[in-house]
Design a protein around this ligand. Structure first.
Ligand code: PLP
Length: 384
């Protein structure tokens, strides 16, 4: 397909897309239908029932495959439903090695749902490849990577993980939600599965919940499509349409997220009341070199700790912001602030949390695409 030879900033708009065959509509129609007429049993136009396939979802899946440099994409009702489908590839007794600084919901489904089905999970600091190697045994099937990690912005070397995975015949899955394909395309670095919460940067407007998986391998795609249809956690056509529309401006939004992220990170770093700022774009970030190689820029996700690292101080800062909205989630056009310990990471036990650095004083920002001067002024007043 010629359109897949286009550059990234054109594939967000044209990748996998053709004007609709019926009337030439430039955007795919929202096919609000559960079923499709057959002229005789089994004779149909490629669509039978909307849990299995829906043309609006197909358009989104083709766009996702194109921007992640994959051959196949599958859309799910949420990011968690996409993760759920990946783990359902496994059997009791199988083992997974995952980052220890992990999205709270991922940690929860691993430990509170799939552990009961006999799948064993190891949470290790994946920046240290020897730590990962130590946990590989004959039952290991999957490496689960999130990079940059949430909320501590560690960067894990995807290429190094893919080499390790290949040496040991493991699958490598990368949660690419934080970076988005604008910044990093894990399939190009050797990953087998890319997972997205499209709720975040791909949708980009905080108006839809949706998940996705993208893969190269057709057999793996078939196995995942079987689970997608069998379990049925699919997005509706309206949600597919919203994410497709979001993707069309991904590159312009991300460019501004990165610009504003750079400005906000520098402001925080230079602020006398701030103890620590986590952002992979700093040259003294422990994984800066890896970030520079595998990412095209550093994004708008930033975490920081005030010199007064108490719970009360963090709560007072996030509560006094006016332009930043205190809310869960990230990746929308509007700037958000969050307090991981009591919000996104509340499902991780305090002990586990603190071991990995998600302390009570940590504040996470999703820097939006507003005027950076307004963002800085807002932070300045909240920090006092
Ligand atoms: C939000 C998020 C998820 C879960 O996605 P949902 O769409 O909320 O189900 C998974 N991983 C990361 C990194 C996320 O930020």
């Amino acid at each position: 397909m010629a359109k897949d030879k286009l550059k990234f900033n054109s594939r967000t708009i044209h990748g996998g897309q053709e004007p609709d065959k019926a009337y030439g509509s430039v955007m795919p129609p929202v096919y609000l239908t559960s079923t499709y007429a057959q002229s005789k049993p089994g004779a149909h136009l490629g669509y039978e029932y909307s849990r299995s396939h829906n043309p609006t979802r197909t358009a989104l899946e083709q766009s996702l495959a194109s921007i992640e440099s994959g051959n196949h994409a599958l859309a799910f009702a949420s990011g968690m439903a996409a993760i759920d489908a990946v783990i359902k590839l496994l059997s009791p007794g199988d083992e997974v090695i995952s980052t220890n600084d992990l999205y709270g919901g991922t940690y929860r489904i691993f430990t509170k749902v799939f552990a009961h089905y006999g799948v064993k999970f190891h949470f290790v600091p994946m920046g240290d490849i020897d730590e990962v190697k130590k946990h590989i045994n004959n039952n290991t099937k999957l490496l689960w990577v999130e990079t940059p990690t949430n909320p501590l912005m560690q960067v894990i070397d995807i290429k190094a993980m893919s080499i390790l995975a290949k040496e040991n015949q493991l699958m490598l899955a990368v949660d690419n939600t934080f970076a988005s394909p604008y910044l990093q395309r894990p399939l190009e670095l050797g990953a087998d599965i890319v997972m997205h919460s499209a709720t975040k940067y791909l949708g980009g407007h905080s108006d839809v919940v949706l998940g996705a998986l993208v893969v190269h391998d057709s057999e793996l795609a078939n196995r995942l499509a079987f689970i997608q249809n069998a379990s049925g956690a699919v997005p509706g056509p309206m949600d597919a349409f919203l994410v497709l529309r979001g993707i069309k401006t991904l590159h312009v939004r991300m460019q501004r997220h990165c610009e504003n992220g750079r400005i906000v990170a520098a402001f925080l770093k230079g602020h006398p009341q701030i103890q620590k700022v986590y952002w992979p774009g700093f040259s003294d970030h422990p994984n800066h070199e890896v970030a520079k190689t595998q990412m095209d820029d550093f994004g708008g996700m930033i975490s920081f700790v005030h010199k007064d690292s108490s719970l009360e101080k963090a709560v007072s800062i996030v509560s006094s912001l006016n332009v930043f909205t205190l809310a869960e989630s990230l990746g929308g056009v509007e700037s958000l602030a969050g307090h991981p310990a009591s919000m996104t990471h509340a499902s991780i036990p305090k002990e586990e949390r603190e071991k990995t650095g998600v302390t009570d004083g940590l504040i996470r920002l999703s820097v939006g695409i507003e005027d950076s001067e307004d963002l800085i002024a807002d932070l300045a007043q909240a920090l006092g």
